[in-house]
Design a protein around this ligand. Sequence first.
Ligand code: MF3
Ligand code: CO
Ligand code: CO
Length: 270
Amino acid sequence: MNENLRGRLTRDGIRIYERDDFAGMHRAGDVAARILDRIAEHVFPGQTTEAIDARITAMVQELGATSATIGYKGYLHASCISVNHVVCHGIPGPKVLKDGDILNIDVTVIVDGWYGDTSRMYVAGALSRKSERLIEVTHDALMKGIEVVRPGNTFGDIGHAIQAYVESQRMSVVRDFCGHGLGRVFHAPPNVLHYGRPGTGAVLEEGMFFTIEPMVNLGRPETKTLADEWTAVTRDKSLSAQFEHSVGVTANGVEIFTLSPAGRFHPTYG
Ligand code: MF3
Ligand code: CO
Ligand code: CO
């Protein structure tokens, strides 16, 4: 049987995976998370984002994985690197990092056909108080979203948990990009919104695999995409941060596939 067609789809078109499939997702997620652990030492003032991406390309190979982003819809790099007011999908290039720059590095790998998709924040040099708060709120928002993942809750519950927390901290949640189902494919139903109302949206079921990847702005939530057709920036030029985990719904909660093997997630704890 075609492995892409294993399991069943819900009425919302969301694939339900089987217990054995969690192991494949853990292997893929672990490789992606390991790459994010190891890339930290390559982030410093004077470094270019294309040099960081070249390290990631090499690490994907060393770990016996395949990049999911090289060749995806014409994208040519193993990572997205989004600096300061870039919200997401920053293209690695000759841009030189300077002291105090904050950046999201987003890596998606394929291991034995399973996709692992995760991103974290890094800092070049010294982290300002303002940037640190943005990064902390964004990470806490992701974890508050993950905390409500269990069968019977809804995707709206996830979005609400994230939005309510971020807005309580006087920051804003980006509406223009969302998380997504994944598994044996990169992007699948549902769209996982990072805002919403409790009890709305599809009901979570054991065996659903998806990402949660909130983008949080210090200013207004609106974004625009640059002429390169990838780079999304905040319209008001305010700083933006993002964290992403790939997760699976279990019988009574959630498993995170992309946890840091080194216990790292924060630029200053690394
Ligand atoms: N990894 C991104 C996500 O979280 C997608 C990047 S697609 C690319 O869904 F082509 F820009 F790399
Ligand atoms: Co994703
Ligand atoms: Co990603």
